[in-house]
Design a protein around this ligand. Structure first.
Ligand code: NAP
Ligand code: MG
Length: 406
């Protein structure tokens, strides 16, 4: 069989623990036999981040900007325990945080749906993708406890030292709490561009929700910026594709989401996105079946699984036990990246391969062959057959070979 040729490399970011083991198995079983892979490889494993003083993460993010498409393996975000375990000289920052900051990107999380594993919400027939604005608001707020009687105000002093705004927040008659939040037009704009671009890229409707009726300046600014950017830059393209941009209040959105069939992107402010993404992903089933893509406002893409390095399975693996870790979300990171590369470079065979790889994954599970995490959720007619990660990949490979060489 002739392998699919690539022209531009994808940026490959390797990672840690169990997902690093899966990374190689996935490449060996379902990528390299089919694709003449061109990739620029960055090892983001914690030991190598330590060795390079985290320069490798910055280099990888810059390569993502240069080439446009990256695929990333899960990585450890060090905490105090990891500093000891890996003998680190510093508690290196979250690689995802570093990459997101350099790309100025927005994260889109979408579940992978299969027949036989039904979402908790009966009406959901298609995935709901959540886009979270991961900047500012309560996550960067300043807050105090107010000790007792007295007046609290917010003030804005311009860079010349003139006080332009000064408002009493509350005249306290007793102890309480106070919080100051902010966001930036730049960041909201980047978020809006990433959302509109991703909607076009995946040909799905875009919903956006805030509480603008109550927050008449803060949340209303989000609403206005989205509307302005939509009209200026994306309306024509949306109409051509037959997709819609829909703004509604957050509480109305929640009610509509629950009654919906799915199949759209829901853009949320930082806190709403934090909460709603956990709710939506839990309702869809398993973290192991959730994909994630970072999209920058200027159109760079980084694909990954939403789950972490699956540490508990890795320790079993180190003891020589065969593990049944689910590789599906990581496979979808690869298929997503290769399909996008195919689209950007006009290589139809690469995009077709990405689709075929995803279909083969879904069909393998639908035939009853799955990893341990899915067995408990299985409601399909054929009995579930629990397999190891490698057995799953081999079954997938057989199916993919048949699909690509009918
Ligand atoms: P995790 O790796 O997602 O795993 C949590 C648990 O979820 C696992 O122990 C496992 O449950 C289940 N699970 C997750 N993915 C699975 C899969 N593919 N197949 C089967 N089961 C799966 O989260 P964590 O344990 O909180 O974090 C571990 C490390 O990952 C941490 O060092 C963290 O910093 C890092 N992390 C990285 C990223 C990223 O790079 N994007 C994201 C999150 C966490 P059972 O043990 O019950 O089988
Ligand atoms: Mg959360």
């Amino acid at each position: 069989m002739q392998k699919i040729q690539m022209t531009t490399p994808i940026v490959e970011m390797d990672g840690d623990e169990m997902t690093r083991i899966l990374w190689k198995q996935i490449k060996d079983e379902v990528i390299l036999p089919f694709v003449e892979l061109k990739s620029e490889y960055y090892d983001l494993s914690l030991p190598h981040r330590e060795e390079t003083r985290d320069q490798v993460t910055i280099d990888a993010a810059n390569a993502n900007k240069k080439y446009g498409v990256a695929v990333k393996c899960a990585t450890i975000t060090p905490n105090a325990q990891r500093v000891k375990e890996y003998n680190l000289t510093q508690m290196w920052k979250s690689p995802n945080g570093t990459i997101r900051a350099i790309l100025d990107g927005t994260v889109f999380r979408a579940p992978i749906m299969v027949k036989g594993i039904s979402p908790v919400v009966k009406t959901w027939q298609q995935p709901i993708t959540i886009a979270r604005h991961a900047f500012g608001d309560v996550y960067k707020a300043t807050e105090f406890r107010v000790p007792g009687k007295g007046k609290a105000s917010i003030r804005f002093v311009d860079d010349q030292g003139n006080t332009l705004l000064n408002e009493t927040v509350y005249d306290f008659e007793c102890p309480g709490v106070i919080q100051g939040q902010f966001n930036k037009d730049n960041s909201i704009r980047s978020f809006a561009h990433a959302c509109f671009r991703f909607a076009i890229s995946t040909k799905q409707d875009l919903w956006f929700s805030t509480k603008d009726t109550i927050s008449k300046v803060y949340d209303h600014t989000f609403k206005d910026i989205f509307q302005e950017i939509y009209e200026q830059d994306y309306k024509a393209e949306f109409e051509k594709l037959g997709i819609t941009y829909f703004y509604t209040l957050i509480d109305d959105a929640v009610a509509r989401v629950i009654r919906s069939k799915g199949g759209f992107i829901w853009a949320c402010k930082n806190y709403d996105g934090d909460v709603m993404s956990d709710m939506v992903s839990t309702a869809f089933g398993s973290l192991a079946m959730m994909t994630s893509v970072l999209v920058s406002p200027d159109g760079n893409y980084e694909y990954e699984a939403a789950h972490g390095t699956v540490t508990r399975h890795y320790y079993k693996y180190l003891k020589g036990e065969e593990t049944s870790t689910n590789p599906v979300a990581t496979i979808f990171a690869w298929s997503g990246a290769l399909r996008k590369r195919g689209e950007l470079d006009g290589i139809q065979a690469l995009s077709t391969y990405g689709d075929a790889l995803e279909r083969a994954c879904i069909e393998t599970i639908e035939s009853g062959v799955m990893t341990g995490d899915l067995v408990n959720m299985w409601e399909g007619e054929t009995p579930a057959q629990k397999v190891t990660s490698l057995e799953f990949l081999r079954a997938l490979r057989t199916r993919l070979e048949a699909a690509l060489n009918p």
